[in-house]
Design a protein around this ligand. Structure first.
Ligand code: ADP
Length: 262
């Protein structure tokens, strides 16, 4: 879990009017689900929203072993006393922070069930261990994200859960805008950013069996290698192509594809 006291707005290049839609939904007390591939800017978008709303941001990375107690809190021995210690979700609800559940589909259903009373018109969290109901303080907002394309997504989110959110689909920026992001984040010149984005677009189009499309995050990483002095070709290979596949043969085919694209 990370807590970020927001002050300055992070750099976020908007694809359209998504920030306005999300801000309005949050202000209306609606929970927001962002769907889209990994590394396309969902977390950056959430950080920009928290800054706009001028609220602290509490981020929880969801996984298989996440329990309801990890979210709600637990009794702990503190200095010889047994004391209740709020979990990150409870803290966010009490303090009116923005809570972001990253990769929410990775969490188990019984863990997500604690959210139900928060996601309907009750807007309160029930702590079964203490018997307390914690009403959402003004400013509390809940956002979550998942990647619908993820191959590990054996555990589909239940429709009844998904229907508790308004949902926006987020995807890679158009090439010119993505190049601006790569330039801004890594400091490479425009021609390098454009070349890297062109490679990524070719790889995304190729739909090569077994590879995840390269993300903007990966492009920024490859670009930062170039900014640090690595030749573009090596940066593309180790920063962009190799991370996409564990198979040497696939990497070779992707290399060839990029050469053919020029
Ligand atoms: P996700 O949460 O979808 O996995 P992130 O928000 O962590 O992805 O984005 C990965 C990286 O890509 C960010 O750290 C940032 O450098 C860059 N990025 C992607 N989209 C944008 C955007 N629209 N504006 C600014 N930076 C972006």
């Amino acid at each position: 879990m990370t807590t970020e006291a927001t002050s300055e707005s992070p750099y976020y290049l908007a694809a359209g009017s998504e920030q306005k839609a999300i801000r309005i939904a949050c202000e209306r007390g609606l929970a927001v689900m962002l769907t889209g591939p990994t590394g396309c800017g969902k977390t950056r978008l959430v950080r920009s929203i928290a800054a706009e709303l001028d609220r602290p941001l509490v981020t929880v990375s969801c996984h298989d072993d996440l329990t309801a107690s990890d979210l709600l809190g637990r009794y702990l021995v503190v200095g010889g006393d047994v004391r209740w210690v709020d979990g990150p979700l409870t803290t966010a609800v009490r303090e009116g922070s923005v809570c972001y559940l990253d990769e929410v589909a990775e969490a188990r259903r019984d863990t997500l069930a604690v959210l139900h009373s928060l996601l309907d018109d009750r807007r309160e969290l029930f702590l079964d261990r203490t018997g307390e109901s914690v009403p959402a303080a003004p400013g509390f907002a809940l956002l979550a994200s998942y990647n619908p394309e993820s191959r590990s997504l054996l555990k589909e989110l239940k429709p009844s859960f998904r229907q508790r959110f308004v949902t926006l689909s987020v995807t890679y920026l158009p090439p010119e805008q993505e190049a601006l992001v790569v330039q801004h984040e890594s400091g490479v010149p425009e021609d390098v950013a454009t070349a890297l984005v062109r490679s990524a677009v070719a790889l995304r189009r190729s739909e090569h069996a077994g590879i995840e499309p390269p993300s903007t995050r990966l492009l920024v990483a490859a670009a930062s290698l170039v900014a640090a002095g690595l030749p573009l070709e090596s940066a593309v290979r180790i920063g962009l192509v190799n991370p996409l596949s564990v198979e040497g043969a696939v990497a070779l085919a992707l290399d060839e594809l990029l050469r053919a694209e020029g």
